[in-house]
Design a protein around this ligand. Structure first.
Ligand code: BDR
Ligand code: CA
Length: 314
């Protein structure tokens, strides 16, 4: 089975990604690390523990660093994911506890002890990944694969969701995003270019609710606030952000990628903007030089992602 670590800020679509990983029989979730984003770190960590408990996920859960590398704590988007970041469903007291180790140390330890075997999926602020790279740069050559949800590269009109220029995960810690995108590891970036192509409607979730057992009913409940937010934007259903990153791990043939050096802007009006220089394009010397070329998703088989999700959680 594929060993997967999930770095996440649950989060409604993070929950969808977690369930997709959890119910894929070929995947062995060996660690969960928490990030800031959809809630403050205490909230996303509580939510990760709650989900691990509820869905019998035995992987250790480690708490991440709350503030960005530059010490910024962003205000959570309560209008998107609800005040508790899980669509304001009632959350009972949680018995599970975090392990006594910060998230970036758990990442380092698991990657070192499973050389060339770990797939790392990241769907929140990239702070923990950057801290792990800073402390143990060798993990870049020890990890099997890194797949992250973040950024927007201008394909299919995608530019930003938290500002006109920036996607939320990258905007929350632009320095970390730039370091993570510039590390020499086998990286695929799943940005708004593809995640906003895959929409799941009320009818889709009603089908899961009615035929998908406990997970299906939970998914219906947890997506209500997130659905209302998308409807307020005029979208016919929810964008499938984080579950698209999980889907890439399971079936990369659903995605079309290009490769090129990626930079994430820091500061100013374009804070958090992500820009790819596709391989082969010639420019005068500049900030994209001497950087590795990760894969950037530019197109997706949206029906394929929806079917994969449905048959996996059902
Ligand atoms: C990303 O931001 C968060 O709100 C979502 O969980 C996703 O990871 C989308 O921009
Ligand atoms: Ca997320």
């Amino acid at each position: 089975r594929r060993k997967v670590i999930f770095d996440t800020d649950p989060g409604v679509d993070d929950t969808m990604a977690l369930l997709l990983l959890r119910y894929t029989p070929t995947i062995d979730l060996i660690g969960i690390t928490t990030a800031s984003g959809n809630g403050k770190i205490a909230t996303t960590t509580r939510n990760a523990l709650y989900l691990a408990d509820k869905f019998q996920i035995s992987a250790p859960v480690a708490m991440g660093q709350g503030p960005s590398l530059d010490g910024v704590t962003s205000g959570p988007p309560v209008n998107v994911h609800g005040k508790n970041a899980l669509g304001d469903i009632p959350i009972p007291p949680v018995r599970r506890k975090v392990i006594d180790k910060p998230a970036h140390d758990l990442l380092i330890d698991l990657i070192r002890s499973n050389p060339h075997e770990v797939t790392l999926v990241a769907t929140g602020h990239m702070t923990n990944l950057a801290l792990a790279l800073r402390k143990a740069p060798e993990i870049a050559s020890l990890v099997k694969e890194v797949v992250l949800m973040g950024g927007a590269f201008g394909y299919n009109g995608a530019r930003g969701n938290i500002t006109p220029a920036a996607e939320a995960n990258f905007h929350g810690d632009p320095r970390a995003a730039d370091e993570v995108c510039g590390a020499s590891w086998p990286l695929t970036i799943v940005g708004l270019d593809v995640t906003t192509q895959t929409i799941m409607t009320d009818a889709y979730f009603a089908d899961l609710r009615d035929h998908g057992g406990a997970a299906g009913r939970f998914l219906w409940d947890v997506t209500r606030v997130y659905m209302d937010f998308h409807k307020s934007l005029g979208v016919s259903g929810i964008y499938v952000h984080d579950a698209s990153a999980a889907a890439f791990v399971i079936d990369p043939s659903l995605f079309h990628t290009i490769s090129g050096a990626v930079r994430v802007a820091q500061g100013g009006v374009a804070d958090g903007e992500s820009i790819v220089k596709p391989d082969g394009r010639k420019f005068p010397p500049g900030a994209w030089d001497h950087r590795p070329s990760p894969s950037v998703c530019v197109d997706v088989n949206a029906d394929g992602v929806r079917e994969l999700f449905r048959r996996t959680v059902l």
